[in-house]
Design a protein around this ligand. Sequence first.
Ligand SMILES: [Zn+2]
Length: 166
Amino acid sequence: MRAWRQKNKERLREYEITYRLKNLKRIQARKKVYDQAYREKHRERISKYARIYRQKNVKRIQNRVKAYYIAHREERRAYARRRIAARKKIFYTGVCIDCGATKSAWPFRKSLERDHRNPATKRFSIGASLLRPLPVLKKEAKKTDLVCHECHVLRGKHRTSLRRAA
Ligand SMILES: [Zn+2]
């Protein structure tokens, strides 16, 4: 049997290639099922080795990530711009709840602003964090009012004078 195999090596190889090409889809589907089962069965071992690999290859991984970022710079910028524009629409359109203005009058700050009603509960500035996940932004926005720049300044002054009086 072995000798026969040895003698017909080329023919066997050719047969195997033809078989694989003919049944590519079926083989791939079978492999996918097998891989999934394998990953599930050995989940702990796989994550352990992944962890060891990461620890051993910190620099290499960093370089790979960096290369990816550089290669996809324009794409990422366009994505960030789109995301920010969409969020500005969500969080900064409407009217100032204090005076009813739809825009700030001050020439360099045309858009409305988000004022934290209680500065003590403020976790971050919405306008400076528009790339954060939407649910996180919505949760933070619940603590704020939409106001124009002028009313925002007035609210700030009011709070300062209250603090001074206390
Ligand atoms: Zn206002």
